[in-house]
Design a protein. Structure first.
Length: 398
């Protein structure tokens, strides 16, 4: 009867995996070229499995095989694509309910096919498992310390399948070997359990801290370096052009102001008004600001100034302190990963946060800073590239 139930359970499990696989035809799995160095709190899973226990008693003249049931609760931590750390607690009801075993252990699982070739998109795993620990065996295996503490070893094989983004089903078959703690050298193991189980585990995923850090590391590509270098060269060219336009504008203003002075002497009010209007129009139509060759870069959905960008903030603050007459417009931008409305708000929050840092941390007068949010209305290179998540600085020419 127990064998028939276990077979039915296995058949239902694979039917469930197949139906979920059909429903996930377009499932997207994030792939890194290397396994990220996650922190301790990322990629923990909690799971439970239950099934049939075969109790093989080697103490009697003839070994007996008696089916019963078991329950296993475990925590696992993904160390890399191949190895998982496992902490587990196991309970067995044995000898048709006349005895029981309880153990706690620590060990590892080893992914067989990932050891041959890593494939982060693979939804299934075939793995080996092994744990060691201590427990209580009330089945008579610890002959000298009946019912007392024993040592335990567990080894086996398992198959898992990711049935949803954070849920994984599993089948495991393992051998539990309890031994007498009082005299481990006398007789060793007195029997063992064969444990076949079906289980389910939930993965807590990656922490927000690691998401931001991995996103920043993913930006360290040659493509982004080339784009930043191009941006730098473009900013330098724009800066040189803007300075030239500023000088040209100032020369024109000086020339017109001289004409105004002459017209005041001749009291030609009509010509004087015409020259003043010309100056106003020039200031309105000509370039009114130029950019500093520095920008603050962000991760997706981030608006607070990243710690790695604070050196740029310090440099900008120094420019403002060295030039107390300078005023700047702080302009925030966003990429296309959100809605236009959301990106508009996000870009403005980025600009406002930069202003707060300059005012509160570096003592810059708030009246010298103006904030603007451009959202995703302007892009720098490919609209999906990280350089579009930025805050830039433009000097205002009054």
């Amino acid at each position: 009867m127990m064998k028939r139930l276990s077979r039915i359970g296995v058949i239902l499990f694979f039917m469930l995996c197949g139906s979920v696989a059909n429903a996930q035809e377009t499932q997207v799995v994030e792939v890194y070229q290397y396994h990220p160095n996650y922190s301790f709190w990322s990629n923990w899973s909690i799971g439970v499995n239950g099934g049939m226990t075969l109790n093989i008693d080697c103490n009697t003249t003839y070994s007996t095989i008696e089916p019963s049931y078991g329950l296993n609760l475990f925590l696992s931590k993904e160390l890399n694509y191949i190895w998982d750390l496992r902490l587990q607690g196991t309970y067995h009801k044995i000898n048709n309910g006349l005895g029981q075993g309880l153990s706690m252990g620590v060990g590892f699982t080893f992914s067989i096919f990932d050891a041959i070739k890593i494939n982060p998109e693979r939804l299934w795993r075939l793995y080996l498992l092994a744990t060691v620990g201590m427990g209580v065996d009330k089945n008579g295996y610890t002959v000298d310390n009946y019912g007392n503490v024993c040592y335990m070893a567990n080894t086996g094989i398992g198959f898992s399948y990711r049935i949803a983004e954070k849920w994984t089903g599993s089948l495991e078959s393992s051998v539990y070997l309890p031994g007498d703690l009082g005299k481990p050298w006398d007789g060793g193991f007195k029997g063992y359990y064969i444990y076949n189980s079906v289980g389910l585990a939930y993965n807590f995923g990656v922490t927000e801290y690691d998401k931001v850090r991995i996103e920043q590391e993913s930006q360290l590509t040659q493509e982004n370096f080339d784009a930043l270098a191009q941006e730098r060269d473009q900013a330098k060219a724009e800066l040189a052009s803007a300075k030239q336009k500023e000088r040209t504008l100032q020369e024109k203003v000086v020339a017109i102001e001289k004409q105004i002075a002459t017209e005041k002497v001749t009291k030609n009010d009509a010509e004087l008004a015409k020259l003043k209007a010309q100056i106003a129009q020039m200031k309105e139509e000509q370039l009114t600001f130029y950019a500093l060759p520095l920008s603050i870069l962000y991760s997706i959905d981030q608006y607070r100034v990243p710690s790695g960008e604070m050196r740029k903030m310090k440099a900008i603050a120094k420019v403002m302190k060295d030039n107390p007459d300078y005023k700047f417009t702080i302009v925030g931008f966003a990429d296309y990963s959100g809605t236009p409305e959301y990106n508009q708000k996000l870009s403005l929050k980025r600009a406002e946060e930069v202003k707060k840092v300059l005012v509160n941390k570096y003592g810059i007068d708030a009246d010298r800073l103006e904030v603007v949010g451009k959202g995703q209305t302007e892009s720098f290179g490919d609209v999906k590239m990280s350089i579009n998540r930025r805050v830039s600085f433009y000097r205002v020419i009054e």
